[in-house]
Design a protein around this ligand. Structure first.
Ligand code: FAD
Length: 517
């Protein structure tokens, strides 16, 4: 049993040293600090039945990203005189055992708005309060505390970006410097009877994948996040002139945006507050710069917007029982869903994006728009929740609030209502990439298809298909639907559903929705 007061810092997201108030507080006036990460079977149990390698909830690329982030955090903690302790099990059970056995007086963890963590954190807070343990749970994953914004708005979340901006203003901490450097962390105390493991490898966790195989080019960890941030910000003109809608969704060698989302989100390797301050520093030193919603600061504010609405909306991740979600009689078709998920729609632009999702776990925002629109109100008329699930599992930046928010948006279920504006699965990508290099990269079966046919290979004469060594219907599928007729039908059904939602003033029951099928 260690003597002297002990604190425990529970890492979940927030896998970083910089701007980490929970770590800083745990380190203050403690003789020992236990930095703990719990491998949660809820997320990490391998699922051999899943359609691609990984667990039920996370694809292999995100799990690898997490393990890399943990290894990097362990290295940084070692430099500060500490190390990361990794345990496996249901987090609240593991935590409570640790608090007891290590005689912890203070438990610190970053505040989290995701429902899963809210429930978990309440269990820990309840136990701590009974055991007389101090809890410190600061807001540092987001720029604002979503609860503050909701309170300012009379208890309801703002439902438009502009109203969010008006309420939010400048974050309260923005004028004072953040604690970016921590010089040391008190040593780890006696770990008693616990068997502490090193950060495990994919193999050790039971994923059959060879540890050498790396599909996504993005490496996890705070060091990589800060390197990437520096690289993105080094081109001040690029930062100052950034306009999101002008980016090229097909750019994959050098993506048109920062690709900081996996670092910001899933694992908090990068502090959004630090990113925000760095952007503001760049703006101070240039003559002019773009503004929200299209600027880079504007992108961070989109993130805040979705966090706020998600936090303040019951059943945000569902159609049923979600007051801000239009009730739409989506079709149910497992074969079409599988074709979309497994990149077999026969539309190369859509399939290439879905391969990028499966292999890299990241795609440009407009590419996400195209596949989300195609699945829902554009072509297949399938439920946005099904697409959300696929994204949630495969994205390396998978984020509960942002993912659900964007699926609500793209399916015209909430926030955005111009359902007549549908992305063409053939001409949209062509505007950016007429030669089809993006498609050739992610769908090598089409690499020799002439550019005239690469977006619509089923229109190529058989002689051309033969020469390209890709027969449509054999080597690559025919389109699962005809875009012209499918999109027309989608518009019609959306029109009907909107009319019913309007007539019933938004209060539409499941039976009303069924009556439209
Ligand atoms: P940049 O343009 O460099 O933006 C910087 C940061 O701003 C991003 O890292 C991100 O944190 C934030 N941001 C940018 N765009 C948005 C946006 N539209 N909404 C909220 N925050 C934003 N983003 C996720 O982080 N996780 C998700 O699970 C997710 N799911 C999505 C699902 C769909 C259907 C769609 C259309 C978009 C989704 N996005 C998601 C939003 C967006 O596509 C990504 O944040 C962005 O592409 C990440 O790339 P980046 O870091 O280069 O972005």
């Amino acid at each position: 049993m260690p003597s002297g007061s002990a604190s425990l810092i529970w890492f979940r997201k927030g896998l970083r040293i910089h701007d980490n108030p929970a770590l800083e507080y745990a380190s203050r006036a403690s003789a020992f600090v236990y930095p703990l990460f719990v491998i949660d079977p809820h997320y990490m149990e391998p699922d051999p039945k899943a359609f691609s390698p990984g667990s039920t909830r996370a694809g292999i690329s995100r799990i690898r990203f997490l393990l890399e982030s943990l290894a990097d955090l362990d290295l940084s903690l070692k430099k500060l005189g500490s190390r990361l302790l990794v345990l496996k099990g249901e987090p609240s059970e593991v935590l409570i055992r640790c608090l007891k056995e290590w005689d912890v007086k203070k438990i610190c963890f970053e505040y989290d708005t995701d429902p899963y963590y809210q429930a978990l954190d309440n269990k820990i807070k309840n136990y701590a309060s009974l055991a007389g343990i101090e809890v410190f749970s600061p807001v540092s994953h987001t720029l604002f505390n979503p609860a503050d914004i909701i309170e300012k708005n009379g208890g309801r979340p703002p439902l438009s970006y502009q109203s969010f901006l008006k309420l939010a203003g400048e974050p309260s901490w923005a004028s004072s410097p953040l604690l970016v450097e921590l010089s040391s962390v008190p040593p780890v105390g006696d770990v008693a009877s616990f068997e502490i493991s090193q950060v495990p490898t994919l193999k050790e966790l039971g994923y059959v994948q060879n540890d050498q195989e790396e599909l996504t080019p993005f490496r996890g960890g705070e060091s990589e996040a800060l390197r990437r941030l520096r690289e993105s910000l080094s081109d001040k003109e690029w930062v100052a002139n950034f306009e999101k809608p002008k980016g090229d969704p097909s750019a994959y060698i050098k993506p048109a945006t920062t690709v900081l989302s996996p670092y910001l989100k899933q694992f908090g390797c990068l502090s959004s507050r630090y990113f925000y301050q760095c952007l503001k520093d760049v703006y101070k030193n240039v003559k002019r710069h773009t503004s929200p919603p299209v600027s880079l600061v504007g992108q961070l504010l989109w993130r805040e917007f979705f966090y706020t609405v998600a936090f303040g909306t019951p059943n945000f991740d569902k159609m049923n029982g979600n007051k801000i979600c239009k009730q739409i009689p989506w079709n149910d078709d497992d074969e079409l869903l599988a074709a979309w998920r497994e990149a077999r729609t026969g539309y190369p632009w859509i399939d290439a994006i879905m391969v990028q999702l499966r292999e890299w776990g990241w795609m440009h925002h407009l590419a996400r728009h195209c596949v989300a629109c195609f699945l829902t109100r554009g072509d297949l008329f399938l439920h946005w929740e099904k697409g959300r699930d696929v994204f949630e599992r495969l994205l390396i930046d998978s984020d509960w609030a942002i993912n659900n928010g964007n699926w609500l948006w793209l399916s015209c279920s909430s926030f955005f209502y111009q359902y007549n504006r549908i992305y063409s699965p053939t001409s949209f990508g062509k505007k950016y990439d007429p030669h089809g290099d993006y498609i050739r990269h992610f769908l090598p079966i089409l690499k020799d298809m002439p550019k005239e046919y690469i977006y619509e290979p089923w229109t190529a004469p058989l002689s051309v298909q033969n020469k390209a060594k890709c027969i449509i219907g054999r080597d690559y599928p025919k389109p699962v639907v005809s875009h012209d007729s499918a999109s027309k039908e989608c518009r019609r059904k959306m029109g009907e559903a909107y009319a019913l939602n309007k007539k019933l003033n938004g209060v539409v029951s499941e039976d009303d929705v069924k009556s439209l099928r």
